[in-house]
Design a protein around this ligand. Structure first.
Ligand SMILES: Cc1cc2nc3c(=O)[nH]c(=O)nc-3n(C[C@H](O)[C@H](O)[C@H](O)COP(=O)(O)OP(=O)(O)OC[C@H]3O[C@@H](n4cnc5c(N)ncnc54)[C@H](O)[C@@H]3O)c2cc1C
Length: 412
């Protein structure tokens, strides 16, 4: 039966939910305070990686933290004043890093992510943007063989789940990507992986098609949710109350407060990441390249070369940290000696991160008219369309194509 559905959030996740719900015949309204795709979905690395089934919480990761934090060019930074408030998240992260949980989380990730190309296909076709999805695979590079061997668990987790890759030496790497510095001795070529040439254009094109097909996008700030005995009745916005019948919360890193208002306790942290983008890089790449130790991707986007990644925990409201893009700039120059850095822009975004690296894609435990689609952390682009399709299954109360237990809102 067709319903009136409101989606809170017009990032890649909310827009994919809206597009899939509209395809089912529902009347869908999306509410966002900004333009579609201008939140975290704007500046990411754009990787569509069905093979990204290795959670961040793995055995040994916690013992690496002090070294990362002490290294000024390290991949992780923390604002120490923020640490006490993230203790519950961190304790759950520690639990998630036990081997039994790692295996289960890797399975759940693989099941979700392996749907990415199939789930995006109808949305990309309808929006007439076939060129935006490229599938050249990507490279992971290591400076030493020892670093590669230290990552063996990650490669085993991928191989055990059917992810295909070839291991290369330095010469093999530079044959594929001549712009790479000779410092890299080892690499891995992941085969069936892709990327989008503009994450912003992806979200905006799907949003524009959604509107052409009769969907509504309202530009409003949601300040509060009015809740009655049977669930939410209205969104209270800066432009007045909007009645709601069925609500999908897809507000990225801001979803925690809305979920809490609706009676759910979720563990969600703002995991800040940065990018530097070079409009005229003077080099070209045939595919994205991931630095295993720097924890960033260099992606050949349509607007230039984007170097995006790293992790910073500093809470929701702090201004961006000017040192972090500089770290990426240093890494980029080291990775590509001929890179031209004169025309450069910088960006900071907040990944909505759960401690077990799995999103919340779930019905509410309290109300039949509430659904959740947030917490996609590092993987919101690759899992955006699969999430939209699964939310349509949940709303229709049909069995989903995959087991939905691992993504439940009440698992924390
Ligand atoms: C540096 C970096 C690199 C990344 N690389 C990749 C990658 O290569 N591949 C990948 O798959 N993922 C990547 N990600 C992760 C990905 O970007 C995110 O998981 C994804 O963008 C989250 O999408 P979202 O729709 O949940 O959130 P958002 O894009 O943040 O959208 C949430 C929306 O909710 C709106 N909103 C929030 N509160 C309110 C309110 N009160 N009222 C109205 N509107 C509201 C916001 O305005 C926003 O538009 C990366 C992230 C970073 C930071």
């Amino acid at each position: 039966m067709a319903r009136d559905i409101t989606v809170l959030g017009a990032g890649i996740v909310g827009i994919c939910c809206a597009a899939y719900l509209q395809r089912e015949g529902h009347r869908v309204t999306v509410v966002d305070r900004g333009e579609p795709g201008r939140g975290t979905s704007f500046g990411n690395a754009g990787i569509l990686s069905p093979g990204s089934c290795v959670p961040m919480a793995v055995p040994g990761v916690i013992s690496k933290l002090p070294g990362w934090l002490l290294d000024p060019l390290g991949p992780v930074a923390v604002r120490f004043g923020h640490l006490p408030s993230m203790l519950p998240w961190f304790l759950h992260f520690r639990k998630a890093s036990r081997m039994k949980n790692v295996q289960a989380n890797a399975d759940a990730l693989r099941r979700l992510l392996s749907q990415t190309f199939d789930a995006y296909a109808p949305l990309v076709k309808a929006a007439n943007i076939p060129e935006i999805v490229q599938r050249p695979g990507y490279l992971v590079v290591y400076e030493t063989d020892a670093e590669f061997r230290a990552d063996s668990l990650a490669w085993r987790l991928r191989r055990d789940r059917g992810v295909e890759f070839d291991v290369l030496d330095g010469a093999g790497l530079r044959k594929l990507e001549p712009a790479l510095a000779p410092i890299y001795q080892r690499g891995v070529y992941l085969l069936d992986q892709g990327y989008v040439t503009s994450p912003l254009r992806l979200t905006q094109s799907i949003a524009a098609q959604f509107e052409r097909d009769g969907g509504r996008i309202e530009r409003r700030e949601v300040r509060e949710i009015e809740v009655g005995p049977h669930g939410p009745t209205a969104l209270l916005t800066d432009a007045g109350a909007m009645p709601v019948e069925t609500l999908v919360v897809a507000a990225g890193v801001h979803s925690k407060r809305f979920a809490s208002r609706l009676g759910e306790r979720v563990l969600l942290e703002a995991e800040r990441g940065y990018h530097v983008q070079f409009e005229a890089p003077g080099i070209s790449l045939a595919r994205p390249i991931n630095s295993a130790n720097g924890k960033f991707f260099a992606t050949p986007m349509e607007a230039g070369l984007r170097v995006a990644g790293t992790t910073e925990f500093a809470g929701l409201d702090r201004p961006s940290n000017p040192r972090r893009p500089k770290v990426l700039l240093e890494h980029a120059k080291r990775m590509f000696p001929d890179l031209k850095t004169e025309v450069m822009s910088e960006w900071m975004g907040q990944r909505p991160s759960t401690p077990d690296y799995l999103p919340v894609v779930s019905g509410s435990t309290r109300y039949r008219n509430v659904f959740y689609a947030f917490g996609h952390g590092h993987l919101g682009v690759v899992s955006g369309a699969p999430t939209g399709r699964l939310i349509a299954d949940l709303v229709a109360q049909r069995p989903a194509a995959i087991d939905m237990q691992p993504y439940r809102v009440d698992r924390f």
